[in-house]
Design a protein. Structure first.
Length: 405
């Protein structure tokens, strides 16, 4: 996820203790088994720099373990200005990626993380860090990683603005960080393979755990609303080009030749969308209820990404009983099962006609679309709640707690 120049002056979140009362009041869709004795559960400090998944992950961690503190490693406003000045480029996209991948920003976050961790005045067994954009030297640190820089550099070069010595420093820092961590939790098998094969982390120190759906409770889907809507393809994504938006527009022209009443809803992207018959560019949508209505009006969800580490939006679509048309990139095949919960299309020159043919088929066969959507909902309920992720993390984290009497 990128932090762009448009957000450079946004206020930072304060360093905070873990708010047990607020999190305990949140509804959950799946209650994991709490350890028989909380005295034997590991005491965990959560470390992050802000992310859409953090609050839901924190809630699930609190359900299972004893979260004693939560530290914020994000840099201050003055430091953000400094990083912005040192990474400035006239082209906005280049500036965004250089800001996000700045070695200076990593150093500043690492310093802030060390300082705030030093202020934790209660005993703890584990420091649980989300993503690797700052470095902790505490031997009790574990990392939760969506993708490595090697993966993104190889598959989507726009995410690799560094060159020469700066790029080498980034890779060396990553390697050092991965090797010094007590354990690594990878979102996907591909990320695990990158950690083991490229960064040479011992395989027994990496566990694939996936990610969870960012819902307090699973959504109730108004299927009558869906049946009353025109045949609709839904796309949600900020990075329009990386997520295959341009190819989807081309494919949708072919869809309209077969399904003249079809529409394509494009949500979340600031990318200017050229006028096209049947296409509605909605922009950003605030509020869970508004998003749920868009999911309910859709017949199929399409995300033909060229590179996508582990798109949580697919789990949201599946939770709303939508079939997903996707490409086989990074962790996507672990979310969407081809032919069971959705359809995989190629990322090569055949993408546009394949997307068009698949969308046309599903729009003209609502029964098949519903079958895939129901299977997707079941897969989320059985595998992609945050409590399931914690289930997969528990053996490693529990083993890090000393035996206490």
């Amino acid at each position: 996820m990128s932090a762009g120049p448009g957000t450079l002056l946004s206020p930072i979140r304060p360093v905070r203790p873990f708010d047990r009362d607020t999190m305990a009041a949140m509804p959950v869709a799946h209650h994991p088994s709490v350890p028989a004795s909380r005295e034997t559960a590991p005491r965990i400090v959560l470390a992050d720099r802000g992310d859409a998944l953090v609050s839901h992950l924190s809630r699930a961690m609190h359900e299972r373990f004893r979260v004693v503190a939560q530290i914020d490693a994000e840099i201050t406003q003055a430091e953000r200005l400094l990083v912005a000045a040192t990474t400035f480029r006239p082209r906005r996209r280049a500036w965004i990626e250089l800001f996000h991948k700045s070695n200076l920003a990593v150093s500043l976050r690492s310093r802030r993380a060390a300082q705030t961790l030093g202020d934790v005045d209660v005993p703890f067994d584990v420091v649980f860090q989300t993503h690797a954009l700052f470095e902790l030297t505490d031997p009790r640190a574990v990392l939760y990683i969506d993708c490595t820089h090697r993966q993104s550099a190889d598959q989507w070069p726009d995410w690799n603005p560094l060159r020469g010595a700066a790029l080498e420093r980034w890779f060396l820092r990553e390697r050092r960080q991965y090797h010094s961590a007590a354990h690594l939790f990878a979102f996907s098998e591909e990320t695990r393979d990158s950690l083991v094969d490229y960064y040479q982390v011992p395989a027994d120190r990496v566990t694939v755990v996936g990610a969870g759906c960012n819902f307090g409770t699973m959504p109730e889907v108004d299927l009558e609303r869906r049946r009353a809507a025109p045949p609709t393809v839904l796309f949600i994504g900020n990075d329009f080009e990386r997520k295959g938006g341009l190819q989807l527009l081309k494919a949708f022209r072919l869809v309209r030749e077969q399904v003249p009443t079809a529409r394509l809803l494009i949500v979340g992207t600031p990318h200017p969308i050229p006028p096209q018959d049947g296409v509605e560019a909605i922009g950003r949508v605030d509020g869970r209820d508004a998003m749920s209505r868009l999911y309910e009006e859709a017949s199929v969800f399409c995300l033909p990404s060229f590179f996508d580490p582990f798109p949580l939006v697919l789990m949201e679509a599946m939770a709303h009983r939508l079939p997903c048309v996707v490409t086989s990139t990074c962790g996507v095949p672990e979310i969407v099962v081809d032919g069971e919960t959705g359809v995989m299309v190629p990322r090569d020159d055949a993408m546009v006609p394949s997307v068009a043919a698949t969308l046309t088929e599903l729009l003209l066969d609502p029964a098949r679309a519903a079958q895939l959507g129901d299977a997707g909902r079941q897969r989320v309920e059985e595998r992609f709640l945050w409590s399931h992720v914690i289930d997969r993390m528990t053996p490693v984290l529990a083993a890090m707690a000393p035996q206490r009497r």
